[in-house]
Design a protein around this ligand. Structure first.
Ligand SMILES: [Zn+2]
Length: 512
């Protein structure tokens, strides 16, 4: 062995020893916690939660009304930045919350080097706890995926469902059956002939395919049972549009999952309000508020359970990042003043993205009157709307009102636009001064901003922002979530409370 090599080996050994000393798990006072509800509001910042609470106070004329998430005993603030981005994406933030690893944009359950991470849910399962993933998005979407799968690209949803099967996540409920059916099914986006409803059933799961909503609601477990439920080809409907005959609410899914997992004695559930984020991307006030209310009602299910089991139940309510740059009282061109107005949102009866669709101008004006109470537009609103309608009529749903250069372009699925600038398409002068999420149309985007302006709500982006966000917690061990936390600390603290060991490089949080 050369001198150089043995020196290298010696150094390596030293590094290992030092690393072991630095990262040696701190002895923690594990608590007697048997039930963990880990709620994640995707895109849920302070402003989203506050606006929702004020909206309900106004609607019910009850100034004291509090959201469940604000009734919890403990409150902390968490950072949201990722390893490669100050403004993060949901895959990396969920990985941080689930595993304590700060990773890159789009990475699910893997480190920046693509190494699979250990999650708190992995440890729960290894300890024979029941585990559950419940969401209003596709079940294979980034946030739930980060708790029980490991892929370097959040788009690998066909693989993510395979990981759930391998890991035997006990309860899986939400949307996204396009990744569960084989390629020959009309809704499928798989490129193989695997049918995961069949494979999960063979593995002993009770499977609920759309539209088996009542069967799902009525499910009564006999002992330790497992569930796979998929109610929508992609994300479940926005709460404001949801038909209860076709899709259960997030609270109902939480209830069924809870009844099932309770039979395990010990359990951990991740429950995501996944479409708060999508509505906020669309700058859709009513869509965002209704999905936040649905999320909060699911927290109510956990609080009811806590009342029965206060000594060994822990409820965590986190966000992953803020979406939209939501401001409560700010709008370009608005007169100086300090107020919000909820009437325009209370009048809203459909989501911007899925609840109203442009076919022609006549139908559009009728629909915004019927579904949004916009039967009379001011002269400036009329001009904006005519502009949005004109662009949509000329260039179609994909046209981008905020950036005329993108006219005719297609959103590539989450990373970036790669569309040649087309100066001829629309004169720069016609660009509206508000953001437009890629999956809504010029008319829809204009509608979102007319409603928002009437409500005195400002949005400064159609994507995520980098602000720190709130976390609340309740029950056994909850007092350890306090002050300003890194989002990775949430996993470390949760693991320490439960006496679960995360990866050595993550280490353990020290509990007081
Ligand atoms: Zn988002």
């Amino acid at each position: 062995m050369s001198m150089k090599k043995s020196l290298k080996l010696g150094l390596a050994a030293l590094v290992v020893v030092v690393a072991a000393l630095v990262f040696m798990p701190v002895q923690t006072e594990a608590q007697d916690v048997d039930h963990v509800f880990f709620f994640i509001g995707d895109g849920l910042g302070n402003a989203q939660a506050t606006l929702t609470e004020y909206y309900l106070q106004d609607k019910y004329d009850d100034p004291g009304y509090e959201l469940n998430m604000h009734r919890l005993d403990e409150m902390a603030v968490t950072t949201t930045y990722g390893a490669d981005k100050v403004v993060p994406g949901s895959a990396q933030t969920a990985t941080a919350l689930a595993s304590g690893h700060n990773t890159n944009f789009g990475y699910v359950g893997v480190t920046t080097d693509h190494e699979p991470v250990t999650t708190i849910m992995d440890r729960a399962r290894e300890n024979d706890w029941g585990t559950g993933l419940v969401t209003t998005t596709r079940v294979t979407h980034a946030t739930p995926a980060a708790f029980a799968s490991h892929v370097p690209d959040r788009g690998m949803e066909n693989e993510i469902i395979e990981h759930y099967l391998e890991k035997e996540v006990d309860v899986i409920a939400g949307g996204g059956y396009r990744h569960l059916y084989p390629a020959d099914h009309p809704a499928s986006t798989r490129n193989d002939d695997r049918n995961f409803f069949e494979e999960f059933a063979e593995a002993g799961y009770n499977v609920f395919e759309a539209p088996q909503v009542d069967e799902f609601r009525d499910f009564e477990p006999e002992g330790r049972e497992k569930i796979l439920a998929g109610f929508h080809p992609t994300h479940m409907s926005y709460e404001i549009d949801r038909d209860p005959a076709e899709e259960p609410s997030l609270a109902e899914m939480t209830e069924v999952s809870l009844n099932t997992l309770e039979e395990y004695g010990q359990f951990m559930m991740m429950i995501e309000g996944g479409r708060i984020d999508h509505a906020a991307h669309n700058n859709d006030p009513g869509g965002m508020i209704y999905d936040t209310i649905a999320f909060d009602e699911a927290i109510g299910v956990a609080l009811d359970f806590y009342e029965e089991n206060p000594d060994n139940t822990l409820i965590i309510v986190a966000g992953d990042h803020e979406t939209g740059g939501l401001g409560l009282n700010s709008c370009e061109g608005m007169e100086y003043g300090y107020y919000l107005d909820f009437e325009p949102i209370i009048a809203q009866d459909a989501s911007i993205e899925e609840g109203i669709e442009f076919e022609n101008a006549e139908q559009w004006y009728q629909d915004i009157a019927d579904k949004f109470g916009l039967d009379e537009l001011s002269s400036s609103e009329q001009a904006w709307m005519e502009h949005g309608v004109a662009i949509e009529e000329e260039y179609g749903h994909e046209a981008d009102i905020a950036r005329p250069g993108r006219i005719g372009g297609v959103y590539d699925g989450g990373q970036d636009y790669d569309v040649p600038y087309d100066e001829e398409a629309v004169d720069q002068e016609l660009a509206a001064h508000w953001p437009q999420a890629p999956w809504i149309s010029p008319a829809q985007s204009t509608l979102a901003h007319i409603v928002s302006r009437r409500a005195k709500i400002g949005w400064n982006t159609s994507s995520h922002t980098g602000s720190a966000i709130q976390l609340t917690a309740h029950g056994a061990g909850a007092s350890h979530y306090e002050g300003r936390l890194d989002n990775t600390d949430v996993a470390r603290i949760t693991a320490a409370i439960l006496d679960f060991e995360l990866d050595p490089e993550v280490g353990a949080a020290e509990l007081d």
